[in-house]
Ligand binder design. Structure first.
Ligand SMILES: NC(=O)C1=CN([C@@H]2O[C@H](COP(=O)(O)OP(=O)(O)OC[C@H]3O[C@@H](n4cnc5c(N)ncnc54)[C@H](O)[C@@H]3O)[C@@H](O)[C@H]2O)C=CC1
Ligand SMILES: O=C([O-])CC(=O)C(=O)O
Length: 332
């Protein structure tokens, strides 16, 4: 087998989101991929599903004529088997429970933080130079947990949510106006929950502000559909989305591997440095940043309207409540 000298992206959690991230990285021939997951029990038998998925994706790569190496590794819940994380350029964390209908993302907090803790410790041990992309929910709080547990520089730990929320907002605008996605410019910032903040002050279609294109009521309807976009899919599928989340992660992976300096909304650690623009301290929350080889490299400062500032504060407060919860429970 050829030894492909490419960057390495490790994905911990080869479930719906993880396998779609691997699949897209392979299709785009961006990197070699290492997948990590627990063995699965079915009818009293144990299956090495992660190895099967890796082999399947590798054969897909052959079918479409791309050269990437994809490998799968069994790990245990107490953190054994993570040595192959070594030399990873990026580690994507998609391990943990997805929500079911009727649940909020915050309902996943205690179960998923316990999973993230073990993984983050192993990432720090075996891949100390990697950029970490956190996907597991509630993503802002778990990004904070991953940052604190790895002890990495703040720029190296990024939560994925804003790219997805923005893609959803663009989808609904594009459907309504019958206009190409490529003509729509917008950002959704704040925490990845019901309080996320679509930034109307900088959103436009081909240069025309959204507020001039829609009635107040219609705009409200599109914003609400975006805010509850994850829940809409959970109610349709019984589990959460993975195609758009997978593609959103790969946007970030590509920006890092190609040092694109791409501006995208991501969940990052704020310590009050740009309080004039985004007032927040000791919290991970979504805002536009420049993403390149070093992770997130710069905060993009946007003058929020008074209304946006209030929505931002509310969103930050709800993420902080989650952080306080895991601190009180001594889970980090
Ligand atoms: N940030 C965002 O915008 C999004 C976040 N998510 C979140 O991503 C996470 C994954 O979602 P799905 O892939 O749909 O779930 P899934 O259930 O299909 O996959 C999760 C995988 O994690 C694995 N896993 C569980 N515990 C583990 C451990 N201790 N060590 C290693 N692997 C472990 C499971 O075996 C499973 O294969 C969920 O928490 C979900 O809420 C999903 C979509 C978007
Ligand atoms: O809705 C969920 O639980 C998964 C997620 O974060 C999303 O799709 O936005």
């Amino acid at each position: 087998m050829a030894d492909y000298k490419r960057p390495t992206v490790s994905i911990v959690g080869a479930g719906n989101v993880g396998e779609h991230v691997a699949n897209l990285i392979a299709i785009k021939e961006l990197a070699n991929v290492r997948l990590f997951d627990l063995p699965k029990k079915l009818d009293d038998k144990t299956f090495e599903v992660v190895k099967g998925k890796a082999l399947d994706i590798k054969q897909m790569a052959a079918a479409i004529g791309v050269d990437v190496d994809i490998r799968g590794y069994n790990v245990t819940a107490d953190g054994q088997g993570y040595e192959p994380l070594k030399d990873s350029d990026i580690v994507v964390i998609t391990a943990g429970f997805p929500r079911r209908p009727g649940m909020s993302r915050d309902d996943l907090l205690t179960a998923n933080v316990n999973i993230i803790r073990v993984i983050a410790e192993r990432v720090a041990l075996y891949a100390p130079n990697a950029v970490v992309i956190v996907v597991s929910n509630p993503v802002d709080v778990l990004t904070y947990a991953a940052l604190k547990i790895t002890g990495f520089q703040k720029n190296k730990v990024i939560g994925m949510a804003g790219v997805l929320d923005t893609a959803r907002f663009k989808t609904f605008i594009s459907q309504e106006l019958k206009v190409s996605i490529s003509n729509i410019n917008c950002f959704v910032i704040g925490g990845h929950g019901d309080d996320m903040v679509p930034l109307l002050s900088v959103s436009n279609v081909g240069g025309t502000p959204l507020k001039e294109l829609f009635t107040k009521e219609k705009l409200e309807e599109l914003i609400n559909r975006t805010k509850f976009g994850g829940g809409e899919i959970v109610n349709l599928m019984g589990t959460s989305a993975y195609h758009a989340p997978g593609a959103s992660v790969v946007q970030m992976v590509e920006a890092i591997l190609k040092d694109k300096k791409a501006i995208m909304p991501c969940s990052v650690y704020l310590e009050g440095e740009d309080a004039r623009f985004y007032e927040a301290y000791d919290v991970c929350v979504g805002l536009p940043v420049k993403v390149g080889a070093h992770g997130w490299e710069e905060i993009i400062k946007i003058n929020l309207s008074e209304e946006e500032k209030q929505m931002w504060q509310k969103s930050v407060k709800s993420v902080k409540e989650g952080i306080e919860r895991i601190k009180e429970l001594k889970l980090i």
